[in-house]
Design a binder for this molecule. Structure first.
Ligand code: PLP
Length: 462
């Protein structure tokens, strides 16, 4: 498989896409052509184990880099560590309402689904290339712990994680900072998630520094994450046997773009619902007149979605413009200076054929947690609740079943749950202990120079 950049730069193989972060021209990698999965094969997924579907869906993406035997071994190992036998169980809530539980991995959020595989592929690719790497991660809460869980203790890898100081939940912070492995380095940045993401982008753009520190990325700009996340759209739709819509709590647009990837590979999907919290740049982009303009990030009950600039939206714009990289390069350059982009009508209408968008504020989110508990007897986390609340504004827009992506376990956000329904969640075994373990992290100012020095010192590349 060959990969191209959304901004028209040179193409790359899967090994470079996996280890290289963003493309050299600042764009994001996508396959030069989407592999197709036929209707008979789609139906066959209904009866196969998750790891087998994962292997079949992703195999074309890694062809040329890993053999079938190598890839199968990593896929099997990645999903053997999930605590539910179906890996990502689909639970029926009521007529045409389903919950896709993506939180049975080691850190209790959907990011484990991709990261557990990525860590293994990383180790394998580095070994093949006989080199070390510094994985640098900007996190709004869950990516950091998922990356640490996947990469801790691996030889040849350092993990540097930047989280916005004071803006992730205590459970989220402790999941990152209590990991004792020497290759794990946590930075609490005095800024927002967008600031952490900007610093990471700046470090990658500094090619001298990136080469010296051997920087690589596992953020959702890494195509390997998208590839791993599109699998559960296939398993969920196959087990329903009908054309569903998916409701996707959205921040950086990675997870919902994985749904578009599945659709482009041949999976029938009625609509993808982009559900955001009060940080609603995507809702403004996807409703007329279609203006993508960044404001200030606001803190909400769903911190993993407190994002203004959704990096992966660039991939959707690329596809919706029929892969017009020349237009996109100019549009993204203009956006970088003005923080606003008028989406041309043809691109806007193409996006609207697949996506519907809606936002929910914190009051609506708390209300959804309470309502779902009464209606279905389950407790959902605040991110998942944004999906339920957002769909409340879209009644009558769907003809098929709705699959709600449950992106985190409620025990990760006990304070939000307590506010919504007045009960304290019991911690699952995976979280037991972290509240008393010693934490390790370094508070740094929102300055790229400070982060640069920290990385060089900690990784021994200075
Ligand atoms: C990361 C995250 C999201 C948002 O996913 P994106 O791919 O960034 O859109 C939603 N919910 C939870 C719990 C998350 O950790």
């Amino acid at each position: 498989m060959h990969y191209i950049s959304t901004r028209g730069g040179p193409s790359a193989g899967f090994g470079d896409v996996l280890l290289g972060g963003p493309a050299a021209d600042g764009g994001l990698y996508l396959p030069d052509a989407w592999p197709r999965i036929g209707a008979a094969e789609l139906r066959s997924f209904a009866t196969l184990p998750y790891a087998e579907v994962a292997f079949r869906v992703m195999r074309p993406f890694v062809a040329g880099e890993f053999s079938d035997a190598e890839f199968r071994a990593d896929v099997d190992a990645a999903y053997a560590g999930f605590s539910h036998k179906d890996v990502v169980p689909l639970v029926e809530l009521g007529p045409d309402r389903f919950l896709l539980e993506l939180f049975h991995g080691p850190t209790l959020a959907f990011k484990d689904v991709a990261m557990q595989l990525l860590g293994r592929l990383f180790a394998r690719a580095l070994k093949k290339q006989k080199r070390r790497a510094t994985v640098i991660v900007a996190t709004s809460g869950d990516t950091g712990s998922a990356a640490i869980a996947a990469l801790r203790g691996l030889p040849g890898v350092d993990v540097v994680v930047l989280h916005p100081h004071g803006r992730v939940s205590e459970v989220q912070r402790r999941q990152m900072t209590t990991v004792p492995d020497a290759n794990v380095h946590n930075i609490a940045l005095e800024g927002s998630f967008d600031d952490t993401q900007n610093i990471v982008k700046t470090l990658f753009a500094d090619s001298g520094f990136a080469a010296r520190a051997q920087l690589t990325a596992v953020n959702s700009i890494n195509f390997a994450r998208i590839m791993a996340q599109c699998v559960y759209y296939f398993t969920a739709a196959a087990s329903l046997g009908r054309t569903p819509s998916f409701v996707v709590p959205t921040g950086n647009f990675g997870d919902v773009f994985a749904g578009e990837a599945a659709a482009r590979m041949g999976l029938p999907i009625e609509r993808l619902v982009v559900a955001t919290n009060a940080n609603d740049i995507l809702v403004r982009a996807l409703t007329p007149p279609g203006i993508y303009s960044a404001g200030q990030a606001k803190q909400t009950l769903s911190p993993s979605m407190d994002i203004q600039v959704a990096s992966n939206f660039e991939r959707a714009l690329f596809e919706a413009s029929q892969r017009d990289s020349r237009w996109l390069e100019a549009a993204m350059a203009a956006f970088a200076s003005t923080r606003a982009l008028d989406i041309p009508p043809a691109v806007f209408y193409a996006l609207q054929r697949l996506y519907l968008a809606s936002s929910a504020n914190d009051d609506q989110t708390r209300q959804a947690i309470a309502d779902i508990r009464v209606q279905f007897g389950i407790v959902i986390d605040p991110h998942t609740a944004v999906g339920f609340a957002a769909v409340g504004n879209l009644a009558g827009r769907f003809s098929g079943p709705l699959v709600f992506l449950a992106t985190a376990h409620p025990a990760k956000f006990p304070e939000a749950i307590r506010q919504a329904i007045g009960i304290t969640q019991e911690s699952p075994p995976k979280l037991a202990g972290i509240m008393s373990l010693e934490e390790r992290y370094t508070v740094l100012p929102n300055e790229v120079g400070a982060v640069r020095t920290f990385v060089l010192e900690r990784t021994g590349t200075s």
